[in-house]
Structures are given as C-alpha cells and as structure tokens.
Design a protein around this ligand. Structure first.
Ligand code: 13P
Ligand code: SF4
Length: 303
C-alpha cells in the first residue's frame, strides 16, 4: 500500500486518539491498515479494553452499535454509514413478545448480528463462537433463538436437552453457499477438509469437517496438519488464512461468497472517517440501557 496513505492514517490516529478495529470479511487492504482484526466476539470484547477514546469500526452497523453500547463514553465511528447486515433486521419485536407470552420461561437468545432495538427485547446475546456454550449455561429449557435460523438449528443440534423455537432470519451470503456446489468442489479437491461457518444451511454443515466462527476457522486451519481446505464462509477470511498459513491452500466453494455490505468499506472511507470522525454511532439513551444488558450478560457468561 501507498506509504503516504499509511503515514496519513498513522498521523490521524495519533491526533484523534483513535484505534481501528476490523472484521475478517472486509477488504484485504482495510485489514492491512487495521490495528486489530477479528471475529464478532473478539471485536466486541476488545472494544471494552482499548485505551483510545475513539474507535473506528470497519464492519457492519450492528458491530459499531455493540461497541458503542459497551462504551458509552467513547466515540465510535463507522468507516461506512451504509454498511448494514440485512439479517440484523430479521426479527420482529411483536413476535418476541408473542413468544414470551406463549412460553413464560423462555430465554430470548439474540445472535449479536441484530439491531439494538432487537437486543433490547432479548435476555442474552451470543456470537457464533460462543452460542453453544452460553445457551448450555442458561437455566431455561425453552430457547427462542433470533434472528438466524441456521445458527439456531446448529446450536439446537448440540444441545438436545433444550427446546428451541426458531425464527426465519438468514444471512444471504451463507445461505447461497449450496450443498451441490460443495459436493462438486469436494470432487475437485478430494484431500481438502471442509471448514464452515454455522450460518450455512444444515445440508452444508452436514458435509463439513469443522464448524466455527471466523476466528475458530482460522485457528483450526492454522493448527491442522492438513494442507488443503474448502472454506464455506465470506472470502475476506482468505486474507488472514493465507497470512498465517503461506504453505497451505484454501479454496472457496462458489463465486458468490461475498458480503456486499462488508465490501463497501475501503481504505478511502477509513481515511475520510478518521478525518471527520463521522458518521459517529448515536443511540437513544433508554434503548441503550436495555440493549446493553444482554451484551454484558454475554461477556459475563463467555468468560
Ligand atoms: P463471526 O462472528 O464468525 O466473525 O461472524 C460474523 C458474521 O457476520 C458472519 O456472517
Ligand atoms: Fe450479515 Fe451475512 Fe454479511 Fe455477516 S456475511 S455481515 S451475516 S450479510
């Protein structure tokens, strides 16, 4: 990358007392300039520990909202105002209230990929890296898992003692990774292990050797003695997979494993956001009070 851009970013970070956090799905160059890159859980937890007064978030809006909810006093700036995860909107407050009436002892478990409005109606948040552990620690037998049905079904499969109610939300990027494409890719690369994000369909999960969050996929591949892997998640992850494993081969399953919202974030948008400290995340006080609780409970239970 251009040396001048690097210098400008370093100067602005110093001037604004800012730290850059990025998700593994953003563009390679953005991952390169970030101070920290990680999965949703790592980034949310890290946001509570960084000393800088400004967090510049290279990810989708629910990630910036979580960072702000956990850091009332800090300025959280999004690298792109319009980078939003469609799944984060796929749960209805009216449906949550209806389920609570129908099942009085239900725990509403909210995947962190959700708006603050949905979190505010929930009992606990989870990410793909800690969902099974956190749900297993809940005293409730009935679990309403929102918004992602695929992740919910994956967690339910690991915890047969619980009774799950599902919601019909989905990630379009992971849902479009088709079992038929994976079968063809396995024929092309018979020695490859299949590494899959739990937002994929049950058919794809059933064909996989390892299922985990983005960080867990990277750790698994890095520790594995295998040399070839088929990767069922967004292709931004290939940057870190290849950085950590220069001798290993990683293949996507199809041409469509790309999240258009994550890919909106460019080095130019990072520069602009650092210069202007806009758009800053701002949340209604009353809503924040409520939405913060399930996130904090997640951090407690994940310890
Ligand atoms: P991770 O928590 O695995 O990083 O996943 C976030 C996400 O948006 C998956 O689509
Ligand atoms: Fe949302 Fe899917 Fe993009 Fe993740 S990959 S941010 S779940 S649309």
């Amino acid at each position: 990358m251009d040396k001048e851009i690097r210098k400008t970013i370093a100067r602005l970070k110093e001037e604004k007392d800012a730290v850059i956090l990025a998700h593994y799905y953003v563009d390679d160059l953005v991952q390169e300039i970030a101070d920290y890159v990680g999965d949703s859980y790592y980034l949310a937890e890290l946001a509570t520990r960084v000393p800088q007064k400004t967090i510049l978030f290279c990810g989708v809006s629910f990630m910036g909202e979580s960072a702000k909810l956990l850091n009332e006093d800090k300025t959280v700036v999004m690298a792109d105002a319009d980078a939003d995860c469609p799944m984060a909107h796929m749960a209805e407050v009216s449906r949550i209230r209806e389920v609570r009436e129908q099942y009085p002892d239900v725990a509403v478990v909210c995947y962190v990929n959700s708006t603050a409005r949905i979190k505010a109606e929930s009992d606990v948040c989870v990410t793909s890296s800690n969902a099974v552990r956190i749900v297993s620690k809940l005293p409730n037998r009935d679990i309403f898992f929102i918004p992602d049905e695929n992740l919910g079904r994956y967690v339910a499969g690991q915890l047969p003692e619980k009774r799950f109610i599902f919601n019909d939300g989905f990630c379009h990027v992971h849902r479009e990774i088709a079992a038929g494409d994976l079968i063809s890719a396995k024929e092309l690369h018979p020695d490859a292990l299949v590494l899959t994000h739990p937002e994929c369909t049950q058919e794809v999960l059933a064909l996989s050797d390892f299922i985990g969050s983005t960080s867990q996929i990277i750790d698994f591949a890095t520790q594995s003695d295998h040399n070839e892997f088929l990767v069922c998640t967004e292709t931004g992850i290939f940057y870190e997979l290849c950085q950590k494993n220069p001798g290993k081969k990683f293949y996507p399953v199809s041409q469509h494993q790309c999240c258009p919202n994550m890919k909106r974030i460019r080095v130019e948008s990072v520069l602009r956001a650092l210069e202007t400290l806009e758009p800053a995340v701002s949340l209604d006080c009353e809503l924040s009070e409520k939405a913060r609780l399930p996130l904090k409970r997640m951090l407690e239970l994940a310890k």
